[in-house]
Design a protein. Structure first.
Length: 477
């Protein structure tokens, strides 16, 4: 018998079908099988013998690891398919048939508590199509049990049990799972997407339980000061979750105009084959310079946002009566009542006017956050035929920070990263030619890149021909 055959004879494969028969078969296999390893598959999974063989070989080489995850971390531990585990480690646990929804995650999270496991997405396991997308979009029936009963019987019980054996502290990876779990529930009630409306009392009970759950999550995790693939959200959502945790009574937020350092977690080596340590020690905190000099939002000495993360989305550009009219929006991280927003046309300040057109998001029937939206009227009548530079800025304590533009929503034909250029009557409006721009900024120490500003110049057919030939001129309105 060859090595491959010997390995595969030690593997029991469970085919996942309906819930009840699967739980029963899984628990029976864990208790009674003579195989050393177990894997669960379902229709649509793609996992050949070589994947299984390599995963088992990795377990043989790492005797303290209880399982191998041959897929992306964001797909684990929500789904058990493809996870190859030691039966001897699994038999100490059972899938809880009393749980309606999260019995797989409950089993996996309990099994690996305080244990090592292997993360090897390069092995090539592919989940079924419906589960290979963002798992937040693959939701069960959004009934009240999926919220209240599951929070009580599954998540709160899991949090209590895991934190009890960790000196009252919930390990960081469990905290990220909590954030993923809550994000799923929030997404199910965003705007008008919810399948059903709950009573006011039920909604309040859901939010109260979410607040209780968030009390076990560090502010740094909520605010995503770590890089982690199972919970990645925009600043406004993270801030909303922090409001929820503290009941809209936030700790003091400081602003520091200095080099902003964010925190990151480095889970694995470059080949994604490293043994991951126990949850109490895994993902050690590490600081690295994420952005250059910027305006940093700090909370309890924790960096939560940087002005360098701001990007102004351009929605419309129009030429009207001697003015270039821009409609833009950006995240409301820096309060417009505290910070000064404006545009600069070369060295001349152009005021902007905020309006109520910004993107808005509602959760559970109430407005949770809204972008800043503004109109800028750029005067063109009295400027000469030279090349002029326009950029958006935020001012604070006599310093100026540039906010880059994003044209993707304005022109569907713009490829990501492509330069923007369009003719408006007698003018050409484009992103800057980086090499020709030089150090045009109120802060000589900073260089404005091609994405940061807009260049306005008089139209000529030679300039237009050059833009077309270079691929910069994409559309004409």
């Amino acid at each position: 018998m060859g090595y491959n055959e010997a390995v595969m004879d030690n593997l029991d494969i469970i085919i996942k079908k309906d819930r009840d028969s699967f739980i029963e078969e899984f628990n029976n296999t864990v208790s009674n099988s003579e195989a050393e390893y177990i894997v669960v598959l379902c229709e649509g999974n793609k996992m050949d013998d070589t994947v299984q063989e390599k995963a088992i070989a990795a377990l043989l080489n790492n005797q303290d690891a209880v399982l191998v995850v041959p897929k992306k971390l964001y797909q684990f531990p929500e789904r058990i398919e493809g996870v190859i585990m030691r039966r001897s480690a699994a038999e100490k646990f059972r899938m809880n048939k009393e749980l309606k929804f999260n019995y797989e995650a409950d089993f996996l999270l309990r099994m690996i508590s305080g244990k090592n496991f292997l993360l090897m997405p390069e092995l090539g396991f592919i989940q079924a199509e419906s589960e290979d997308r963002d798992l937040r979009k693959t939701l069960p029936d959004r009934n009240i049990d999926w919220y209240l009963e599951d929070m009580d019987k599954f998540l709160m019980k899991l949090i209590h049990d895991i934190s009890t054996v960790n000196d009252g502290k919930l390990p960081v990876l469990y905290q990220f799972y909590v954030m993923y779990y809550l994000k799923c529930r929030m997404d199910a009630n965003i705007g008008g997407e919810a399948d059903r409306k709950f009573s006011e009392n039920a909604t309040q009970e859901i939010l109260d339980k979410a607040r209780e759950i968030l009390s076990f999550v560090d502010d740094e995790v909520i605010m995503e000061c770590f890089e982690f693939p199972t919970y990645t959200e925009e600043y406004q959502f993270r801030r909303m979750m922090l409001f929820m945790k503290y009941g809209h009574s936030l700790p003091l937020v400081e602003v520091r105009p200095q080099r902003t350092k964010m925190r990151s977690i480095e889970p694995i080596n470059a080949k994604n084959t490293a043994l991951i340590g126990s949850f109490s020690e895994m993902y050690p905190l590490d600081r690295r310079n994420l952005r250059l000099s910027g305006l940093g939002l700090m909370m309890n000495d924790v960096p939560v946002y940087s002005s360098n993360m701001l990007v102004a989305t351009v929605h419309t550009i129009e030429f009207e009566e001697g003015y270039l009219r821009l409609e833009c929006s950006f995240t409301d991280a820096f309060d417009k009542d505290v910070f000064d927003y404006y545009m600069m046309l070369d060295d001349k300040r152009v005021e902007i006017t905020f309006n109520d057109k910004g993107r808005m998001k509602e959760y559970f029937g109430s407005v949770s956050f809204k972008d800043y939206s503004f109109t800028a009227m750029i005067p063109l009548e009295n400027i000469d035929s030279k090349k002029h530079t326009l950029f958006l800025a935020i001012g604070y304590q006599d310093r100026e920070y540039i906010i880059p533009f994003d044209f993707k929503e304005y022109s569907n034909e713009q490829e990501e990263g492509a330069m923007f250029c369009q003719q408006f009557g007698d003018w050409l409006v484009s992103t800057a030619d980086y090499t020709a721009l030089g150090d045009i900024t109120a802060q000589p120490s900073q260089r404005v890149s091609s994405e940061d500003c807009i260049v306005i110049e008089k139209y000529s057919w030679l300039k237009k021909a050059g833009k077309v030939l270079s691929g910069q001129l994409k559309t004409e309105k």
